[in-house]
Design a protein around this ligand. Structure first.
Ligand code: SAH
Length: 356
């Protein structure tokens, strides 16, 4: 056991087994030993590479997407641009650079980055030192006052939010917990069954059912703000359109899959995003959800291939790399299909670019 596993095991010995979601939070966010607090998590040297780290065109197009939605909704004065989980700050830097072309939008913006990790915040501060607008950092979404039109981007953020898992047994649905057993962390089932709503009685023995109350409540909050004050949101992540059964929690360490419980803090732990659940709460909040669509169609519609060609012409020595990067973002075998995009707009706003 590593030091964080020992700390979690001591907690379990005192208070009993913890939910899978509580384990995820400790593994990712423990202040001293959590994955985001300690690791060079994102990029070629880290555990995984995200779309903005692959090509600058990704962030540029998303920046311009926000400006297009803003214009569609009548170009209101003061607006809020929020990046949820900004990673190394690359997405925000590329968005803001592209937005220099739409100064009317850029000048009215207050930019807020929501980052739980002090270490990543300092990486972002450095990356964004020359940004054309002032930027504020907060630790949690709840620290933001969403009293204006809100443009919010969440790229590979929702997959890091804690989930709960239930397993179908002879007794019914029992929650999957993390416990400590003969000097290792292990999965165990809660001895008492609970009722799910809807009850999903169609499940076979052993089926796993996942929910993410944290993801649902955040999506509902975003929807409520956009429905009331205007704006637009994009949730981009790997996930599924229709909720099924299955254990999607995964751990990635140095670009390879790992056992989630083996070395907490050393691997990225995440779960697939349930877009049907997000769409449901967004609609309930009064906003409109479009998608999810595969990332490939969305980015092509916004012109990523043209932007790639333009970048290649300006940088002929790297033309092949630039083309390969674009192909990675839209390729069916790469990120184009697995990653999905969902947008959130006010009820009477036009369908946003990329979703028509
Ligand atoms: N959007 C970025 C990075 C994705 S990695 C990109 O596309 O490159 C996930 C990011 O979310 C990291 O910056 C991580 O520290 C942050 N994060 C994860 N869970 C969080 C939480 N609950 N609250 C705030 N930030 C969180």
């Amino acid at each position: 056991m590593n030091a964080l596993a020992r700390r979690i095991a001591r907690m379990i010995e005192m208070d009993g087994p913890i939910s899978v979601g509580a384990f995820m939070m400790l593994a990712l966010h423990d202040r001293e030993m959590g994955f985001y607090a300690t690791r060079e998590s994102i990029g070629a040297a880290g555990a995984f590479v995200t779309a903005p780290e692959i090509s600058q065109a990704f962030g540029e197009l998303i920046g311009l997407w926000c400006a297009a939605c803003w214009r569609d909704q009548g170009s209101t004065a003061a607006t809020l641009l929020v990046d949820l989980g900004p990673g190394r700050g690359t997405l925000a830097a590329d968005m803001l650079r592209a937005l220099r072309r739409t100064p009317d939008f850029l000048n009215g913006l207050e930019v807020v980055l929501v980052e739980a990790s002090a270490k990543l915040e300092s990486v972002q501060r450095e990356r964004l030192a020359g940004a054309p607008v002032s930027i504020r950092w907060v630790r949690r979404w709840d620290d933001i006052e969403t009293d204006r039109p809100l443009f919010v981007i969440a790229n590979e953020f929702f997959d890091a939010l804690p989930i709960r898992q239930f397993v179908m047994t002879e007794l019914g649905w029992c929650e999957r917990m993390v416990t400590s057993q003969s000097d290792a962390l292990a999965f165990a089932l809660s001895p008492e069954a609970i009722r799910l709503n809807p009850d999903r009685g169609d499940a076979a023995l052993g089926a796993v059912y996942e929910i993410s109350p944290a993801a649902a409540s955040l999506a509902e909050d975003i929807g409520r703000s956009i429905a009331a004050n205007g704006g637009a949101g994009l949730i981009i992540d790997y996930g599924y359109e229709q909720r099924g059964f299955g254990d999607t929690m995964q751990a990635v360490r140095s670009h390879a899959y790992d056992d989630a419980l083996a070395a907490p803090g050393e691997a990225d732990v995440s779960a697939h995003v349930d877009f049907s659940a997000l769409a449901h709460v967004i609609r309930r909040s009064g906003a409109r959800a479009h998608g999810p669509l595969p990332q490939a169609g969305f980015l092509r519609d916004l012109g990523i291939e043209m932007r790639g060609q333009q970048l290649a012409r300006g940088n002929p020595d790297h033309a092949a790399d630039i083309e390969a990067a674009i192909a990675r973002l839209v390729g069916v075998e790469a990120m184009g299909k697995l990653f999905k995009v969902m947008s959130i707009v006010p009820p009477h706003a036009p369908v946003p670019p990329g979703f028509c």
